[in-house]
Design a protein around this ligand. Structure first.
Ligand SMILES: Cc1cc2nc3c(=O)[nH]c(=O)nc-3n(C[C@H](O)[C@H](O)[C@H](O)COP(=O)(O)O)c2cc1C
Ligand code: SF4
Length: 422
């Protein structure tokens, strides 16, 4: 069995609304240990664990901690990102609904290590059950003095407030999220400065995905080096994957990095619901690459994903069987991003509409060889010149299909039959 339930080990087995259940299963033990540990040592443990962010970009977790810790001043923020707007992803929801205290504990430990004063949890607006579960857990944590003033007599003060997202995908992007908490429209900012230097309300801010925070108590409990024994050399630990689409068995599964996509799709997903052949799999979500069936033996780790010119590790695996063609999928992807673009920069604002026009020509078999060239160059320009990750990653599906399904495009080209000559 390839599943390894580590950070999801309590999910389904404890009552998420009971802090006693969490305490009975070693909950808050890591926080108690952390409060007695030197702050630098805590950050070193996270460094040794080689934990990388689970929200998509895969940034080393300890580097953000170092960035925040070295900033001076009485007001510093820690934000848990649970916006989860990426189609095909539902693992943050699973964690919040089933083990809310693990996220809270991770956030408190990070806040303590970096001397942050206040926390926010930004939850996708449509997630009413996760939001109320988290709210309940925060209040229970407060009642038990895991949050609030002088936490467990340590002299450390920290509290968490929930903020609801407003239904925009781009608000998951760190600066758009910050603007949204500040009460402004969710639009990114030009970097640098980075959030750890100048983030929420102009103060140093660390943002991590809630799955990233869920790994922190484990790292502090067992030590960074032990944690790093699971997974691959550079992608350590486990990953929550969201299996969906035409998979027979859909859901959230936790696996160690280094398993293959085929193992996940065939062992956990049990192939397709329809019994038909798998034509392709989209990795990471709508902003991820689409790969053909023959590539399913590739292992799941950050480096492999980065080879697709994409930083997509949020965890979606969308299985698509042979009833669908690539254009069905690409058109939905492009329309989704066209709708979600915030409009701040030209390549993304104008690019999606143009991509849709060209794709439509392929669907209607009216495309020319020049359209193939235009599609490829436009997708690359958007990838390279868009201001934030939305426009930088949205063309990934097109770029990957141009690489692996090129013959599908060529089949749709309308070659002139009458060249007008003798
Ligand atoms: C358009 C867009 C949407 C994003 N949505 C999310 C999201 O819903 N959740 C998330 O954790 N990160 C999201 N991210 C990534 C965040 O900007 C940020 O990298 C992440 O929260 C950092 O956490 P991590 O280091 O733990 O991965 C998004 C990025 C972009 C560009
Ligand atoms: S890439 Fe898209 S979402 Fe990001 S700033 Fe530009 S227009 Fe807005």
């Amino acid at each position: 069995m390839i599943e390894k339930r580590v950070i999801s080990k309590r999910c389904g087995l404890i009552n998420p609304l009971s802090i006693d259940d969490y305490l009975r299963t070693d909950g808050y033990a890591a926080l108690k240990k952390a409060l007695k540990t030197d702050r630098i040592k805590l950050i070193e443990e996270v460094e040794a664990s080689k934990l990388r962010g689970r929200g998509g970009a895969g940034f080393p977790a300890y580097m953000k901690m170092v960035g925040l810790a070295k900033e001076k001043g009485p007001v510093k923020y820690v934000i848990g990102n649970a916006d989860e707007g990426e189609p095909g992803n539902f693992k943050d929801r699973y964690l919040m609904e089933n083990d809310p205290h693990q996220i809270i504990e991770g956030m408190i430990i990070v806040a303590f290590a970096t001397m942050a004063s206040h926390g926010f949890l930004y939850v996708r607006g449509e997630y009413s059950l996760p939001m109320s579960t988290m709210q309940w857990a925060i209040e229970e944590a407060r009642r038990n003095n895991f949050l609030g003033q002088n936490i467990l007599g340590s002299g450390f003060d920290f509290d968490i407030e929930i903020r609801s997202g407003a239904g925009s995908y781009v608000c998951g992007e760190e600066f758009a999220l910050i603007e949204s908490i500040e009460g402004k429209p969710g639009r990114t900012r030009v970097k640098p400065p980075f959030p750890t230097q100048k983030g929420l309300f102009g103060k140093p801010t660390l943002i991590n995905n809630v799955e990233t925070f869920s790994n922190i108590p484990l790292i502090i409990s067992i030590g960074g080096q032990k944690y790093a024994e699971t997974g691959t050399k550079s992608s350590t630990g486990t990953k929550l994957l969201c299996l969906s689409g035409n998979a027979k068995v859909k859901g959230v599964f936790e696996v160690p990095f280094g398993v293959t996509i085929r193992q996940v799709v065939e062992e956990l997903g049990q192939g397709t619901e329809s019994g038909r052949k798998i034509k392709m799999v989209q990795l990471g979500g709508a902003c991820g690459p689409i790969i053909p069936e023959y590539m399913l033996d590739m292992v799941i780790d950050y480096e492999r994903f980065e080879e697709f010119e994409s930083k997509t590790g949020a965890g979606a695996i969308i299985v698509i069987d042979d009833r669908f063609n690539i254009f069905d999928i690409l058109m939905r992807v492009v329309r989704f991003f066209e709708h979600e673009s915030c409009g701040k920069c030209t390549p993304c604002r104008e690019g999606h509409a143009q991509l849709a026009i060209i794709l439509n020509k392929f669907i209607e078999r009216k495309a020319t060889a020049k359209d193939l060239f235009s599609l490829e160059s436009l997708a690359r320009v958007m990838h390279q010149t868009s201001l934030c990750g939305l426009g930088q990653t949205s063309p990934t599906a097109i770029i990957s299909t141009l690489r692996y399904f090129r013959e599908d495009y060529i089949e749709q080209i309308d070659y002139p039959t009458n060249l007008g000559g003798q």
